[in-house]
Design a protein around this ligand. Sequence first.
Ligand code: PNS
Length: 163
Amino acid sequence: MHRIAVVPGSFDPVTLGHLDVIERAARMFDELHVLVVHNPAKSALLPVAQRVSLIEKAIAEAHLEGKIRVTSWSVGLLVDYCTEVGASVLVKGVRSQVDVTYETPMAIVNRNLAGVETVFLLPDPANAYVSSSLVRQVAALGGDVSPYVPAVVAHFLQSPRTA
Ligand code: PNS
């Protein structure tokens, strides 16, 4: 049986914590889709296409290509994407009890909607405090984000950009 899993998220931007979860999930499934989901509840730093591109480059930088596909989803339910590609599992990294509390209702609703199960993975404790929002804040104030993100992301965020 060919097991397909989806790692969804805002990835605004992708962090070393995300990459750790992606790497662990890639070892557990035959095919892994990293899915950038537009979350209207959050105001974004980077356009979705830019986030996809940075994840692709970070995956290549970490030599994780192969069974990982990076794509985006902006219309409809997350489980609709899972059904479309034949994925039966969602993978989420949980850093703390706060993450478990936030993720649990979504996991149950996704199972009720389409029978898609959610697997919670514990990240490397070294990344337990890393979040995209922290990275966005440090970058906006001119700080060094390189300890928290793949090199390609640090380079991108610290390069002068227009708009
Ligand atoms: O990285 P984030 O912002 O914590 O990711 C949250 C995300 C995008 C995974 C979450 O908002 C989500 O699952 N959105 C999909 C919308 C959906 O299907 N909702 C109904 C079932 S919960």
